[in-house]
Design a protein around this ligand. Structure first.
Ligand SMILES: N[C@@H](CCC(=O)N[C@@H](CS)C(=O)NCC(=O)O)C(=O)O
Length: 261
């Protein structure tokens, strides 16, 4: 148990996963509370229902990217912020790309599934994944979860940012191409030598698609360039023990640990 740092989130919130992986890469022990729909009683101390919420000692704050900067201010040993000015802007631009493109791609898949069954299956998979955590999702909600997501304003607004792609398939291949360009010659995003918040934000989203293998979401790991980069990100945390986001969630999605252990 660690009483100093607590992350409140949903199992597969891309924003919550950003903070989750940032805490792990920074080697900060923390407790995680997954919040229960439809009322989210675990968040009552904040007077609102948006996650992620991070509490450090008695202070709590919102908003994933500022939360990671906050962690970098408090825990300085491993920094995810590159302070040299040109680098900082590049990292910020890449992190914005995740918010403006990569996360909307994921959200568009959740609400704009290729067919009715994909959409129902995705809802059930998400709801049952949430129920593996501390969150309590009533069983009757499983069937309606896909529908509830379609009505969630934060999802529809975000997904609208990538509506200009005529189909999910063209969107997937365009975005995979963009990510390959952002990785460039590596080793980390934007050609950085060190892992930054841009890598964490991107990794969190790829993890959210890959870990529970949601139908229709882009399979980023089919690209050798992306897979190699995911493995490089994962190799940075080999040997650090942590609680998985939900019991049974994979620790690594690309790294072959038989070669590193
Ligand atoms: N800008 C926020 C966005 C957070 C966000 O949209 N969280 C979603 C879950 S993935 C949420 O809780 N939405 C509920 C709402 O907007 O009412 C961040 O980066 O943390």
């Amino acid at each position: 148990m660690n009483n100093n740092v607590t992350l409140y989130t949903h199992a597969l919130s891309p924003y919550g996963l950003k903070v989750f992986w940032a805490l792990i890469h920074k080697r900060i022990p923390f407790d995680m509370v997954c919040v229960s729909p439809p009322e989210f009683p675990e968040l009552s101390f904040t007077g609102q229902t948006v996650v992620p919420v991070l509490k450090v000692a008695e202070e709590w704050r919102l908003d994933s990217t500022p939360l990671i900067h906050w962690l970098d201010e408090i825990y300085t040993d491993i920094s995810l912020t590159d302070h040299s000015s040109d680098r900082y802007e590049c990292v910020e631009a890449l992190d914005n790309w995740v918010t403006e493109t990569l996360i909307p791609v994921f959200f568009r898949h959740l609400i704009d599934g290729e067919n009715f069954w994909n959409w129902i299956i995705t809802g059930i998979k998400l709801a049952s994944t949430m129920n593996k955590t501390t969150a309590k999702v009533p069983k009757w909600m499983y069937l309606f979860w896909g529908y509830a997501l379609r009505r969630a304003e934060f999802l529809t607004k975000s997904a609208a940012k990538v509506n200009h792609y005529p189909s999910l398939a063209t969107m997937n291949s365009a975005v995979i191409g963009q990510l390959e360009k952002h990785i460039g010659d590596g080793p980390f995003m934007g050609g950085h030598e060190r892992l930054t918040i841009a890598d964490i934000s991107t990794y969190a989203q790829i993890y959210a698609c890959a870990a529970p293998s949601l139908p229709g979401t882009p399979d980023f790991l089919n690209s050798t360039k992306i897979r190699d980069w995911v493995a490089r990100v994962e190799s940075e945390r080999v040997g650090f023990n942590f609680q998985p986001i939900y019991p049974g969630a994979p620790e690594f999605i690309a790294l072959d640990t038989s070669q590193t252990r």
